[in-house]
Design a protein around this ligand. Structure first.
Ligand code: FMN
Length: 179
């Protein structure tokens, strides 16, 4: 099975989830992990399973204005590290150019604050919507992993939950591939 994980991350939390998911997926097949700013229009071609994740900004996927705000926050807080390529292009830009799916399997995740999604919004919901529009077949509901403060770190136990989520995805993907 070929698996592609595309993620966006400003402060490294979503990257940490993507890497935890990748570690599990590497037991199920060939995994490629690609940051959104490097993802090409044909990045998912030939993949059996596509997993896309990003940080929740202003209730949804990031925009260049929210990435700029995150960057400004990091400039003012020397304890914050900003990821390479965090300025973008982001997931919205990638979705605008990516090729339509041939019915490949997919899943969406985000990181966000641990409050009801009605209050916080969820990038994963927007990601899932776009994946569906591109004819990907979602094999799981959009999932959120929580940060402790607006900038992180990941809440205790969330990396473990990411591993469990990935294990569930790997089982689902294999069940669909050979029912
Ligand atoms: C500009 C900006 C807007 C944000 N808006 C939201 C929001 O609407 N809802 C939420 O739950 N978290 C929000 N957050 C917190 C982010 O979700 C959090 O920084 C992110 O999950 C960290 O992931 P990253 O380290 O991969 O960037 C916001 C953060 C920033 C910088």
């Amino acid at each position: 099975m070929k698996i592609v994980i595309i993620y966006e991350s400003m402060y490294g939390n979503t990257k940490e989830v993507a890497e935890a998911v990748a570690t599990v997926m590497s037991t199920a097949g060939d995994v490629r992990v690609v940051p959104a700013h490097e993802a090409s229009a044909t990045e998912t071609t030939g993949a059996d399973l596509v997993i896309v994740g990003g940080p929740t900004h202003a209730h949804g996927m990031s925009r260049s204005s929210s990435r700029k705000a995150a960057d400004t926050e990091a400039e003012q807080n020397p304890e914050l590290n900003i990821e390479e390529g965090a300025a973008g292009p982001g997931l919205r830009d990638w979705f605008a150019k990516v090729a339509k799916s041939s019915g490949q399997q997919a899943a969406a995740f985000d990181t966000r604050i641990d409050k009801p999604a009605l209050l916080t919004g969820s990038a994963a919901r927007g990601i899932a919507k776009r994946l569906r529009k591109l004819d990907f077949a979602l094999i799981a509901a959009p999932e959120s992993f929580f940060v402790d403060h607006s900038e992180g770190p990941l809440r205790e136990g969330e990396a473990t939950r990411a591993v469990q989520w990935a294990e569930h995805l790997a089982t689902e993907a294999q069940a669909v591939a050979s029912p």
